[in-house]
Design a protein around this ligand. Structure first.
Ligand code: FAD
Length: 261
C-alpha cells in the first residue's frame, strides 16, 4: 500500500509582510512545518506500522521548504519530494492544488493521500479536497478517527460540527485530518543521524505531464489580493450580572433588539 502525505512549510510567526502582488514575503522569515501536517504524518506512520505501507511525503514550495521533508524523514517516512520551480511561484489555492495533483501524478499512484485539515498561513482548508477533485478520487475532510483500515479500504469518522459522519472509502482516496487524530511523534535522534544524507528529490515543471504554464503559479491563479489587513476588534463589551432567569431575559431582549430573533 502506498500512502502520500502533503506537508507545507509555513511562517513561524503570523507577523509577515506582503509584496505589491499580495504575495507573502517569505525571505528572512523563520519557517516550520504546518502543525496540522504533523497529524497527517503521524496518521500515515501509524498505517505504515499497521499495514506495512510505504510513506511518501511531498511539499510544494521554494527550495528551502525541503527542510520539512527532512523533518519527515526523521519521523520515519520512506521517500520525500519537493515540487519547486519559478513557474509555481505566487500560486493561490487553485494553482497550488493543481501543482500538487500533477506532482503526485508524476511520482506515482498512491492508494491513500493524507493532508492536514488546514494551514496556519493560507488557512483555506481547500487544498486537500481540490487535489482529490483534480485526481478524480473520493475524499473525506476533517477526519477525527480512523475506525477500520486494510489494504483495500478505509473507514473514517468525520466531524461536521453539528453531526458526526462515518464514511467508508475504497482506495484510491484522500483524507484531511484534524488535530488530535493521533499524537505526533517527535523526530528521533537516531533517525536524524540515519537520514542526514538522505536526498529530497526535486520535481520541476518539466517533469509534469501537463505543460500548460497558465495552470501554475501566478498565471494559474484567479485570486486577486486587493488588500490584506488586520480585522478591527469589535468594540462594545457589556458584562451582565444576575440570576439565570434575569440573564436569559436580558439576553432575549437584546437579541430581539438586534433583530436576531
Ligand atoms: C486570497 C489569498 C491570497 C493568497 N496569496 C498568497 C500569496 O500571495 N503568497 C502565498 O505564498 N500564498 C498565498 N496564499 C496562500 C496560498 O494560496 C496557499 O499557500 C495555498 O493555496 C495553500 O492553501 P492553504 O495554505 O490555505 O492550504 P490549506 O487548504 O489550508 O491546507 C490544507 C492541507 O493541504 C496541504 N498543503 C497545502 N499547501 C501545500 C503545499 N504548498 N505543499 C504541500 N501540501 C500543501 C497540507 O496538507 C495542508 O495541511 C493566498 C491565499 C488566499 C486565499
Amino acid at each position: 500500500m502506498k500512502i502520500f502525505v502533503c506537508v507545507k512549510q509555513v511562517p513561524e510567526s503570523s507577523n509577515v509582510a506582503v509584496d505589491e502582488n499580495g504575495v507573502l514575503i517569505r525571505d528572512g522569515v523563520e519557517s516550520k512545518m504546518n502543525p496540522y501536517d504533523l497529524y497527517a504524518l503521524e496518521t500515515a506512520l501509524k498505517l505504515k506500522e499497521q499495514l506495512g505501507a510505504e510513506v511518501t511525503v511531498i511539499t510544494m514550495g521554494p527550495p528551502q521548504a525541503e527542510s520539512v521533508i527532512k523533518e519527515a524523514y526523521m519521523m520515519g517516512v520512506d521517500h520525500g519530494y519537493i515540487l519547486s520551480d519559478r513557474k509555481f511561484a505566487g500560486a493561490d489555492v487553485l494553482a497550488t492544488s493543481y501543482t500538487l495533483s500533477q506532482g503526485i501524478k508524476s511520482i506515482g499512484d498512491p492508494d491513500l493521500i493524507i493532508c492536514g485539515k488546514q494551514t496556519t498561513d493560507g488557512d483555506t482548508a481547500q487544498v486537500g479536497p481540490a487535489i482529490a477533485e483534480y485526481l478524480n478520487m473520493p475524499h473525506v475532510a476533517w477526519v477525527t478517527k480512523i475506525l477500520e483500515v486494510d489494504n483495500k479500504s478505509i473507514t473514517v469518522e468525520m466531524d461536521m460540527a453539528d453531526t458526526v459522519e462515518i464514511v467508508k472509502m475504497q482506495y484510491p482516496c484522500l483524507i484531511t485530518v484534524e488535530k488530535g487524530i493521533f499524537q505526533p511523534r517527535l523526530p528521533s535522534y537516531r533517525k536524524k543521524l540515519a537520514t542526514k544524507d538522505k536526498k529530497v528529490v526535486m520535481k520541476t515543471f518539466t517533469d509534469f505531464f501537463d505543460q500548460q504554464p497558465n495552470r501554475y503559479g501566478l498565471s494559474g491563479s484567479p485570486t486577486q489580493v486587493e488588500r490584506i489587513f488586520n480585522p478591527e476588534s469589535n468594540g462594545e463589551k457589556v458584562i451582565w450580572e444576575g440570576t439565570g432567569e434575569e440573564l436569559s431575559n436580558q439576553m432575549f431582549t437584546k437579541l430581539k433588539e438586534l433583530k436576531f430573533i
